[in-house]
Design a protein around this ligand. Structure first.
Ligand SMILES: [Mg+2]
Length: 256
């Protein structure tokens, strides 16, 4: 095993599983934190603020993360908007945490189909009128940018539709393809790598989902560690199109 200088770590399925704890992951991550090894928690979830991610890790999983260690699809979106759409008006389909972070970053949110950019994430209170405004704005020529295209969220009450299901609704109505920030697409990984300021060759991406986490690492040219505590199962591994760099049952098998 190669020694790495920094780690990109997925949350759900890797650090914890829904509300269930993964003690081997907690131990591994707390060792990294204690040794002050650089790490970023990289999550597609755009419904939580960075502070909420930190609080959730600390309160429910005993992980002493700081805000500096978190890179969400919302932060990737903000970085992308700053680089490409500074000063443009935004219509946002999303929850309060996303809207607040956009406003804090200096963007102007409008409730109008004349918006120059439509940003879409999961909104668990979504309304037909809101989707209508988004669709009209896009048909009027607004840029269509989404945080993530996850299909479903596994919960204690079964699968619930995720952000990608709303994306599909808007895409179907407009026939416009969005630009996607989250894994397996490049912006979230590029943003996290830029933030860490460590060469990609010295980074290891750790995740449980081949389709999103591992694929994003493979696409970015970053070594990957698939951990079998979440979505991708041991029986899937022989059939993966491009194998991960490493596969472990859990993170107790990984030597730092
Ligand atoms: Mg995951």
């Amino acid at each position: 095993m190669k020694k790495y200088q920094g780690y990109l770590i997925d949350l759900d399925g890797t650090t914890y599983f829904g509300k269930n704890r993964i003690p081997t992951a907690e131990k591994f991550i707390n060792t990294l934190i204690d040794e002050e090894q650089p790490l970023q928690f990289v999550t597609n979830n755009a419904t939580k603020s960075v502070q909420q991610v930190v609080d959730n890790l600390y309160n429910n999983y005993d992980i002493k993360a700081t805000k500096e260690m978190v890179y969400t699809s919302t932060l990737a979106l903000i970085d992308y908007l700053k680089n490409n759409h500074e000063g443009q008006s935004i219509f946002c389909v999303g929850e309060m945490a996303l809207k607040e972070q956009l406003i804090d970053a200096g963007f102007t949110l409008v409730e109008s189909s004349s918006a120059q950019v439509v940003v879409q994430a999961l909104n668990r209170d979504v309304h037909y009128d809101e989707l209508t405004t988004a669709i009209q704005a896009i048909l009027n020529g607004a840029h269509f940018i989404v945080t993530n295209t996850d299909r479903v969220i596994p919960t204690e009450d079964g699968f619930k539709p995720s952000s990608g299901a709303l994306t599909a609704f808007i895409k179907y109505a407009t026939q416009v393809e969005p630009i996607i920030m989250g894994k397996p697409f490049a912006p979230i990984i590029e943003g996290a790598v830029n933030k860490m300021a460590i060469p990609k060759e010295s980074l290891l991406l750790i995740g449980d989902n081949y389709e999103t986490d591992i694929t994003s690492g493979i696409n970015a040219g970053i070594d990957t560690l698939l951990v079998l505590t979440g979505v991708t199962k041991a029986q899937d591994v022989p059939n993966l199109p491009v194998p991960p760099t490493y596969v472990v049952n859990d993170l107790s098998e990984w030597e730092l």
